[in-house]
Design a binder for this molecule. Structure first.
Ligand SMILES: N[C@@H](CCC(=O)N[C@@H](CS)C(=O)NCC(=O)O)C(=O)O
Length: 214
């Protein structure tokens, strides 16, 4: 069989869907992890248009775009089919694949080593030097709850908050309640009296949530 190689990135769902298809079909392949902050010459050569992973290389020829790659895999190795046999059902499967693809907000995930923070993290969050940082159009947004509000305002589809203002205020109240109490829960990991106190505090928090929020 001609050599199969996958240029990918472990944390990318685009890359993982190709990995799963290859594994499902039982195709032996070589996996090459890409450093997306320092793309390899191979990636630039094989995907000169988008310069993105995943790239499947089969017999020296490259196929790009994850959904195109899945169709290629299906046609090339028909065993353990990914799509239904019947044409109408296949059309339905493609419809829902496209539906999900159109709904997703494409993003690149960068894993941080918190014991050795990257220059990018220090540049984007100079005040707290903490993750998460959302970078949109080159501009950083920090603090997870601020990021969530930004996401809600920027991409209004599939809203995270209720439509009605009072219900929205309630949702924000309980979000803040849990946020304020989260340090108490971390105390679980301490020993002795602090651990005992954390148990009592947590039970009280759960009681309030059960009585008032649910
Ligand atoms: N539509 C593409 C999306 C692929 C994609 O966005 N890949 C990201 C990793 S998750 C990438 O290579 N990003 C590098 C860049 O944008 O420079 C597909 O389905 O393959």
């Amino acid at each position: 069989m001609e050599e199969v190689k996958l240029l990918g990135f472990t944390l990318s769902s685009f890359s993982n869907r190709v990995t799963w298809a290859l594994k499902l079909k039982g195709i032996p392949y070589e996996y090459v992890e890409e450093d997306l902050s320092n793309k390899s010459a191979l990636l630039l050569q094989y995907n000169p248009v988008h310069k993105k992973i995943p790239v499947l290389v089969h017999g020296g020829k490259s196929i790009v775009e994850s959904l195109v790659i899945l169709e290629y895999i299906e046609e090339t190795w028909p065993q353990n089919p990914l799509l239904p046999k019947e044409a109408y059902e296949r059309a339905q499967a493609r419809f829902w694949t496209k539906f999900c693809e159109d709904k997703r907000i494409p993003y690149e995930y960068v894993e941080e080593d918190l014991s050795n923070k990257s220059a990018l993290l220090l540049q984007y969050n100079p005040v707290h030097k903490k993750i998460p940082v959302l970078v949109h159009g080159g501009k950083p947004i920090v603090e997870s709850l601020v990021i969530l509000e930004y996401i809600v305002e920027t991409w209004p589809q599939n809203p995270l908050l209720p439509k009605e203002a009072y219900e929205r205020a309630q949702a924000r109240f309980w979000t803040k309640f849990c946020e304020d109490k989260s340090l108490t829960l971390y105390a679980f990991f301490l020993d002795g009296e602090e651990h005992e106190k954390a148990i009592k505090d947590a039970l009280e928090i759960l009681r309030v949530l059960e009585e008032q929020a649910l």
